[in-house]
Design a protein around this ligand. Structure first.
Ligand code: NAD
Length: 454
């Protein structure tokens, strides 16, 4: 796949050299600085319209290039981003008046934002971040994931086409033809980049937070789900499978392991089986774990650790089952298994439609194990229960950015739930469900002893 053209058409805003990409985004920033907010909102409207129209193209490109996820779900994700990412309405000024006059606080752009994007939601993240960052008045330069360059750069081109059609500069967001760790390093060090936004796993979040620049880090999760014996079990079974299998479990918020009260576990499993799950034995789970997780040696420390096999991330359940000799049809969308807490399926963030279920005896044990399995990421957790005390106890103990009660995980990013959407959930640095205001810096203007009307 070509990262600089699509069907013979040259993509706009893609450069060989990261320095040129930053220069182009800087020029774009200067151009929108002089625009009225009303005009900026027209650019956003145009991005929304084009993203909605070309959602199926980006979804198909993403699956073809990364071999991960599902076209129908990726299409839905792009439409969600187009519809529910906040625009300029998110940028709100504050005023304080008193005996000493008037103080105005405004949300100003940083300038050019450097954005690192993942392979799991590549064009979704480019479009979502572009809408928020442009609404805040910034230019953007992307260093996309090397495994999703063509898809990410298609989205960069889409944003530029949409902006130009609405009276914006020719290039407002930019990227490179061949993103590498070197191009990321140029971005970290370049004086024009005033804010870094990183959406990815722990390695890259750490790198960005060590850059010496203001950085927003959206890192890894391993969302646990607790199901207690007051839950609507039929609904919980369906919600969990729907959430866990959304885009083949690629979203960082998706259900990754279940802690089920022992007295409802059989009913929960049977409900899941009615909703497209396939139950494998403990032996089969161990065999599958040998395939979907591989030993990886840290080059610096020499320590060998299990990491996910990239060839298995985001694949269909049927493809994964075939690897252990089980043949099923496309109606099977999730692999479930009963495991102990220590199992790798519980401990590792697989990003595959594989869901381990651990039986627990009571709420104390459920909360203790679920908090441990979340590994202190403080990212996302879910619970199915009608017991308000249990729900509250778990939410307090797990301290996640997103906590979803009695719904599929995606309700937490505004898909069938209230609130805006984002594909950059900044737990480590605290911005949470990012939006335009996350990409601004506060500026104060003071008029002493005057400008009051009372
Ligand atoms: P990844 O961590 O492999 O890569 C993310 C980006 O970082 C890529 O562009 C990659 O090339 C780059 N990168 C990796 N190491 C780097 C370094 N040291 N310096 C500079 N760049 C570096 O991510 P992925 O596999 O595409 O995405 C999956 C991970 O991202 C999961 O852990 C998932 O939970 C997380 N994620 C989090 C969010 C969120 O909003 N919190 C959203 C999506 C994905």
């Amino acid at each position: 796949m070509d990262s600089t053209s699509y069907c013979g058409r040259k993509l706009i805003g893609i450069f060989e050299d990261m320095n040129d990409a930053i220069d182009a985004a800087s020029a774009g920033y200067r151009a929108i600085r002089s625009m009225r907010v009303e005009q900026r909102e027209k650019l956003i409207t145009s991005i929304r319209e084009l993203a909605r129209a070309e959602a199926p193209i980006m979804a198909a490109l993403g699956v073809a290039e990364t071999k991960m996820g599902r076209v129908d779900h990726k299409t839905a994700k792009h439409i969600l981003v187009a519809d529910k990412t906040p625009g300029t309405e998110d940028i709100v000024s504050a005023v304080k008046t008193g005996d000493c006059g008037l103080t105005l606080t405004e949300m100003a752009p940083f300038g050019v934002v450097g954005s690192i994007t993942p392979s799991t939601n590549p064009s979704e993240t480019v479009i979502c971040n572009s809408i928020g960052m442009i609404a805040a008045g910034n230019g953007v330069v992307f260093n996309p994931h090397p495994n999703a360059i063509a898809t990410s750069n298609y989205a960069v081109d889409l944003v530029n086409r949409a902006c130009a059609a609405a009276g914006g500069p020719k290039v407002l967001v930019a990227s490179v033809a061949k993103p590498t760790l070197d191009t990321a390093n140029i971005m970290y060090k370049h004086s024009a980049i005033r804010l870094l936004v990183c959406t990815g796993g722990p390695g890259v979040v750490k790198a960005v937070l060590s850059s010496g620049k203001k950085a927003i880090g959206a890192g890894a999760g391993n969302p646990p789900v607790i199901v207690d014996n007051t839950a609507d079990i039929a609904k919980a079974s369906k919600d969990i499978i729907d959430g866990c299998t959304f885009d083949n479990n690629l979203p960082c918020i998706a259900e990754k392991e279940v802690f089920a009260f022992a007295d409802i576990a059989d009913e929960l499993i049977s409900g899941m089986l009615k909703n497209g799950a396939y139950l494998i034995t403990r032996e089969q789970a161990d065999a599958l774990a040998q395939i979907v997780l591989v030993d990886t040696k840290n080059p610096k420390t020499g320590i060998v650790k299990k990491t996910v096999n990239r060839d298995c991330v985001g694949r269909d359940a049927a493809v994964l089952l075939e690897k252990i000799g089980v043949k099923v049809g496309p109606e099977v969308r999730c692999i479930i298994c009963e495991t102990p807490f220590e199992h790798l399926f519980v401990q590792e963030e697989l990003m595959m439609p594989i869901l381990p279920i651990v039986r627990v005896n009571n709420i104390d044990e459920a909360i203790e194990l679920a908090v441990k399995a979340e590994h202190g990421n403080r990212h996302t957790a879910h619970m199915h229960s009608k017991n308000i005390d249990n729900l509250t106890r778990f939410a307090r103990a797990v301290e996640t950015t997103i906590f979803v009660k009695n719904a599929p995980s995606y309700a937490g990013i505004g898909f069938g739930g209230e609130g805006h959407t984002t594909f950059t959930i900044a737990g480590p640095t605290g911005e949470g469900i990012t939006s335009a205001k996350s990409f601004t810096r506060l500026r104060r203007c003071v008029m002493a002893d005057n400008f009051r009307i009372i």
